[in-house]
Structure formats: structure tokens, C-alpha cells
Ligand binder design. Structure first.
Ligand code: ASP
Length: 355
């Protein structure tokens, strides 16, 4: 009798353990880490080296093993998408990433995604995903300025914080986020501002969204332009994107690069002009030839802050569009996606006002 009583108690305790064990795993969000390479996965010969290393040398398992603390915040699994230095990023990898993220969210059991990425083109991938991922769930890009093998590497804390941001209900509906150096930025506004230092990612003038304060993501503002679940762009089933080039305006500019772009068959040109997207008279003549051939030309600016707004009457006559406040590299992405939908200039101009 006594034996059966204890057996029953033991069985009840065992069930309780099993149930609480399962429920604690279930109560944690499921976060998938998609690894693409970069300095965060970089390996150098010496611990004091911060240059001359191989970006993307270490796999996602090595990165995760270095930060076991991520498991306190989420059930984490990793997938290697590619292992590249992000200076070599391609449209094909972007399409693979966007499609994989949409697939994972469609499964229903993934609550957030972290993408480990090189810092050189991190802001471009973030903006591309901001326009092509169709979910309110958090997508967070993270990188590092020092290789994983360096003294005081910034990658491990950045990765832990990125998982915290991806696992946080506060991050839902904020669009694709970039989290490094304890700060959270919006994909549309963030840019790399320093070639070397760890505090390189900023959203100049418009400001970052929030901090990771001692492990807790806290937001103070949001980016108001359309993104993610409110985006009209879809890359499902696409294997390539329209060919769009950026041409950088300078004093003494000429027709050379515009003519070369026309000859190469581009579908769009972003002219990174001086000041308010001002176009050198020599380049203007060449760009007028481009629009006459049906190539879409968008004036952007090399200044780094501010909005490109209508200026010269000749720009209107030649049907040049205004790039709003997007950097030239992000204007290129929006024009690529716009051209997957339409060649109508009024529609494309609307998109530059909305995204
Ligand atoms: N060249 C590297 C990359 O973008 C730089 C970095 O990750 O910091 O992959």
C-alpha cells in the first residue's frame, strides 16, 4: 500500500517535471539564425589582428558554441546560407535569404530570425529584406567589426543581443532591424559610418530606434515608411532582379559611365548627385538619352543626409525621378524591386515616397 503511494507520488513528480520541462522550452520563442559569413565569422592568425583576416571562415555552429547564453532567451537553431565577405553579396543570395525567411515564417513555429552578416553591405541586405519579407515577426541583422579571434571581439555580445531582440515581443512590427553595439536601428535609415570602429552603425539625423539595455530591447521610436507585411513587393519564385547601376556624380563629370550603362542594357540608373541630387550638365545630357530609351533614372544624393526634392525644370522635362532620403545604395534596391512590378514613372515615384 505504502509502496504504491510512493510510486504514485513519484509518477506525479515525474509528470510535473516533464510538463514543466516541455513548457519551459515552449515558453521560449523559437529563433532561427541564418549565417552568411562576414567578420563576425572571421578568423585571423593572431588575437591582436583586426585586419588581414578571412571573413566568413567560421561556421554557424562555432559562433553559437561561443555564446551558449543565447539559449536562455530562445530555442535557437542555425542554418548556413553562405560563407562570404559581404563585399561580395549578390542578388541571388538576397533572393535565397528572402525566400528562406518567408518559408520559415510560413511554417508557423518560428518566432524570430537573426542573420549574421558582414558589415560592408549589411544595410543593403537589411533594406532588401525590409521590402521582401512578409511578416511582422522580428528579423534582425547582426555583424561585428572585429574578427571572432580578436581580443575584445564584438561579435559574441552583438550576437547575444541580436537573439534577445529577435526573441522580444517589443520588436514585432518594427520592420527589419539592425542590432550592433547595444543599439537597434531601422533597416531603411541605418548606414555604416566608420570604416574601422565598432560604433560604426548609425541612423544619421533620423536617429536609431532603441537600445539593448542590459539585455532588454527597449524602443523609443519607429520608422514610418512601408515595410515587411505592408510591402507590395514579392520575390517569391524570382531567380534574378532588374539590372540597376549607381553612378556617382563629381566635379568635372562626363558622359562616360552613363553611356556605358546604356550600352550594357541597364533598366535603371541611380545618379548619386551633388547636393540636392544635382546632375552635372555633361551627365545630364547622357541621362536624358537614357530616359528617352525607357531607362528609369532616379536622382539621389552623395551628401548622406536630407531628401532629394524636385529642383531644375530640365530634370522634370527629362523625366528624372526624385530619390527621397534613401542613400544611393538603398535607392538602387527600391528601383530594382519597383521595376519587377512596373515601368510606370508615376508609380515608381509613388514608391519612392512610400518606402
Ligand atoms: N568585409 C567584411 C564583410 O563585410 C567586413 C565586416 O564584416 O566587418 O564581410
Amino acid at each position: 500500500m505504502k509502496g504504491r503511494f510512493f510510486a504514485t507520488i513519484l509518477a506525479v513528480v515525474a509528470v510535473l517535471f516533464a510538463v514543466t520541462g516541455i513548457s519551459s522550452a515552449q515558453s521560449k520563442p523559437n529563433v532561427v539564425i541564418l549565417a552568411t559569413g562576414g567578420t563576425i565569422a572571421g578568423s585571423a592568425d593572431s588575437a591582436s589582428a583586426t585586419t588581414g583576416y578571412k571573413a566568413g571562415a567560421l561556421g554557424i555552429d562555432v559562433l553559437l558554441n561561443a555564446v551558449p547564453q543565447v539559449k536562455e532567451y530562445a530555442n535557437v537553431s542555425g542554418e548556413q546560407i553562405c560563407s562570404i565577405d559581404s563585399k561580395d553579396m549578390t542578388d541571388e543570395i538576397w533572393l535565397k535569404l528572402a525566400n528562406r525567411i518567408n518559408e520559415l515564417f510560413a511554417r508557423g513555429d518560428v518566432d524570430g530570425i537573426v542573420i549574421t552578416h558582414g558589415t560592408d553591405t549589411l544595410e543593403e541586405t537589411a533594406y532588401f529584406l525590409n521590402l521582401t519579407v512578409h511578416s511582422d515577426k522580428p528579423v534582425v541583422l547582426v555583424g561585428a567589426m572585429r574578427p571572432a579571434t580578436a581580443i575584445s571581439a564584438d561579435g559574441p555580445m552583438n550576437l547575444l543581443n541580436a537573439v534577445r531582440v529577435a526573441a522580444s515581443p517589443n520588436s514585432v512590427g518594427k520592420g527589419v532591424l539592425v542590432a550592433l553595439n547595444d543599439e537597434i536601428n531601422a533597416a531603411r535609415e541605418v548606414t555604416k559610418t566608420n570604416t574601422i570602429t565598432v560604433s560604426t552603425f548609425k541612423s544619421p539625423e533620423l536617429g536609431f530606434l532603441g537600445y539593448v539595455n542590459e539585455g532588454t530591447p527597449e524602443f523609443y521610436r519607429t520608422s514610418t515608411r512601408r515595410h515587411t507585411s505592408d510591402s507590395e513587393f514579392s520575390v517569391t519564385g524570382r531567380t534574378s532582379l532588374p539590372y540597376v547601376k549607381v553612378i556617382y556624380g563629381t566635379a568635372n563629370d562626363d558622359e562616360l559611365f552613363v553611356d556605358a550603362a546604356i550600352k550594357a542594357g541597364v533598366k535603371g540608373i541611380i545618379y548619386a548627385g551633388t547636393g540636392n541630387g544635382s546632375v552635372h550638365m555633361n551627365a545630364e545630357k547622357a541621362l536624358a538619352k537614357a530616359t528617352a530609351k525607357g531607362i528609369v533614372v532616379v536622382r539621389s544624393s552623395r551628401v548622406g543626409n536630407g531628401t532629394v526634392i524636385p529642383a531644375e525644370q530640365s530634370y522634370i522635362n527629362y523625366h528624372f525621378l526624385d530619390g527621397d532620403s534613401l542613400s544611393p545604395q538603398k535607392a538602387r534596391i527600391l528601383l530594382q524591386l519597383a521595376l519587377t512590378k512596373t515601368n510606370d514613372l508615376a508609380q515608381i515615384q509613388r514608391m519612392f515616397k512610400q518606402y
